[in-house]
Design a protein around this ligand. Structure first.
Ligand SMILES: C[S@@+](CC[C@H](N)C(=O)[O-])C[C@H]1O[C@@H](n2cnc3c(N)ncnc32)[C@H](O)[C@@H]1O
Length: 279
């Protein structure tokens, strides 16, 4: 499945979330009441904001500088900056850079992967990975965390962790026990763990509904229309369109399986894990 979740697909996801759905965040929402009914786009936006508020509440005392790894479109970074923290936000995607105002130095955006990050002489009180930890290897991330974290500093991860052995659908997610064991090798010990799976679940159900209720029918309409128009097109164009349609179909199918509540809760926990670097 990994092959379907690489960069170009993520841009598709970005466009869907920011341009179609007009969302201001790329992460899950947080529901104080996971049984809330009648969820619409506005409710999702509020829940995404609540995700950030709750994240901020868990930041250990004494933290004043943050490296936000895989910052997306920057809503967490901006919120933390508004609360007085000094934030350096990085993402490899230059589309994300457009969401940062270059005339403002907090948060400050750097276009880079965590693996390639080179900033001289700067260390941070906290490294944040909000739903980004699964985009790079465990050791690739931790090596850089060790390099950029002050002694006694924190690594705060908020996101999906696999609890069972890898399944095809969730093969892009790191196993929590592997992560914790690897972190120990870098001097990082868990000091807080909050399981918020139930609080984020409405995000999955809402997105799954959107996928099957809107995206798949829309795609079918577009494909049918283009197929009708095809007699006017070349054979090559038909082959290209057929290939692309199949690819998009596979991506949608992947997300449909990923977002299935029963499947997800059987294999995945959504966890806020805070590690502290030994002094
Ligand atoms: C699901 S988004 C999460 C965005 C944001 N942290 C949030 O909570 O909304 C994943 C982020 O990880 C970034 N990313 C992907 N590969 C990365 C890498 N190798 N190093 C750092 N960030 C990466 C993506 O560009 C994106 O910004």
């Amino acid at each position: 499945m990994k092959e379907y979740v690489h960069d170009s697909e993520l841009n598709l996801e970005l466009q869907l979330m920011t341009e179609v759905m007009k969302l201001k965040s790329l992460h899950y929402g947080y529901w104080d009441d996971p049984n809330q009914e009648d969820i619409d786009l506005e409710v999702v936006k509020d829940a995404q904001h609540q995700y950030t508020v709750r994240l901020h509440e868990l930041i250990p005392e004494g933290v004043s500088s943050v490296l936000d790894v895989g910052c997306g479109i920057g809503d967490n970074a901006r919120y933390l900056a508004s609360k007085g923290l000094s934030v350096t936000a990085l993402s490899p995607d230059d589309n994300h850079g457009k969401f940062f105002d270059p005339s403002i130095d907090n948060p400050h955006f750097i276009q880079s992967t965590i693996e390639a990050l080179e900033i001289e002489g700067q260390t941070f009180d906290m490294v944040l990975m909000s739903e980004s930890q699964n985009y790079f290897g465990i050791h690739d991330g931790l090596r850089q965390v060790k390099r950029y974290l002050k002694p006694g500093g924190y690594l705060f991860i908020s996101g999906n962790f696999l609890q069972t052995n890898s399944t095809e659908v969730y093969d892009t997610i790191h196993k929590e026990s592997d992560y914790i064991a690897a972190a120990k090798e870098y001097g990082l010990e868990v000091v807080n763990r909050v399981d918020i799976t139930q609080n984020v679940l409405p995000t999955l159900n809402y997105t799954k509904g959107l996928l099957s209720g809107m995206l798949v029918p829309a795609l079918t309409i577009i494909t049918d229309y283009l197929a009708r128009e095809m007699p006017k097109r070349t054979k090559l164009a038909k082959m290209f369109l057929g290939g692309q349609t199949k690819r998009v179909g596979k991506i949608l199918d992947y997300y449909d399986q990923f977002l299935d509540e029963k499947n997800y809760t059987e294999h995945v926990n959504y966890v806020r894990l805070i590690f502290q670097m030994k002094k």
